[in-house]
Write a protein that binds this ligand. Sequence first.
Ligand code: ADE
Length: 460
Amino acid sequence: MTKFHVLTLFPEMIEQGLSCGVIGRAVRHHIISLNPVNIRDYTLEKHGKVDDYPYGGGAGMLIQAQPVYDAHKAITGGRRVRTVYVTPQGRPFDQKLARELAAEEELILLCGHYEGIDERVLEEIVTDDVSIGDYILTGGELAAMVIIDAVARLCPGVLGNDSSASEESFHNDLLEYPQYTRPEVWQDKSVPEVLLSGNHAEVTKWRLAQSIERTGKRRPDLYEKYLQKQQLAERLAGDKRNNIHLTESLLRGRGEIMCALGEDAAIYDRSSGVCMLRASSPEAGARLLESCPEGVGRYLAEGEHVVTLLQERGFDRICEYSQYLYTQREPLPVRHKEIRRLGEESLAYICSRYPAVSQKYGRERLLAGAVYGAFRERQLVGFAGIHGIGSVGMLFVEEAFRGRGIGASLESFCINRLLESGCVPFVHVPSGHKAAEHLQDKLGLYPAGNHVHWLGKEGR
Ligand code: ADE
């Protein structure tokens, strides 16, 4: 659960401002926590004063160092907690920074007032200066609320299963497509026909085309980035089966190009925090690795020499998968009818049955609405899911229920979800797992030929 602490002179503004809607609900359901702290409570001055005149003269008053420092210390107890000072002088806030901050378990936001805060305490406690735009507000509270809203909606569980799953499945580099609701005709304007067709794949295609057109017209800067990714994806598609994880990450807008050398590439899949490497030589591998962001916890690497380079950097090989590809457009039949999305309450079950899934990763996938369970007379008898990088995996069926097509149904169910959202489904099968390999064959998936390795420092 992400904890947001806000150091402010107006705690009631934070409390009230974030008490409604999605964020208010997330706080009430303890999915995130919000702790507004009144700086004034920490002043040693008996009349509650927290400000004074600036040395050297000048207009206005400054918040003094001592109450800010003590309020901060009361939160951290001396621990190192990322502390954001909201100021028009800071790094511009954007979705990338929102994602970065959402990965923290705890954040402190410091709001200034008057002419600012004594520089000495800022030097002591602040880790990031952040601005929400080139304009001046009367205080930092609105800026802190903007940041909390944008960060909190990325925290698992805040948006609820449906929205988070759909966010994962669409294209994040592009602007939203136009949306319509009832009535079907309003002031002689009809809803575009394709949206009434019930054909998911056609709807997805239309939305993508609309998003591309809109982005080109309204945000040429984003459009340029989108084109670069398309171009790299086209180059990688020369070896489509083996590169499917890379091209899907790029084409779904999740992957950022860290480095591209011909057909070798390092792609950082930002929604899952995984860096994917494909290098055809040790030299290329070393250059790609240099380009990866600091603090990447997990790598998905192809090729022994990249694995070796990562091991030299202290990463452990966690598991090895063979990739399989579903190249058709038609959904697969799902014979077992009782398949439902699982929630957080199934975490212990999943981790106990599938040890390669850690508690942290399992919770994240469940909250993303990406794990599906098969039931028999209300008993959970198996599951499968969609990994953060977009592959189908985590397939498990209780021994007593094997051989009845439940595994095939679970995998087909996940493949169909991916097809609906316009993705090319691919599956990660533990290398050498004969039954799983046989299942891929039966469902008509093609082996990519390559093996991909998960590497990490602390398990998944
Ligand atoms: N405080 C005052 N103006 C601000 C801005 N534009 N961004 C962040 N904090 C602020």
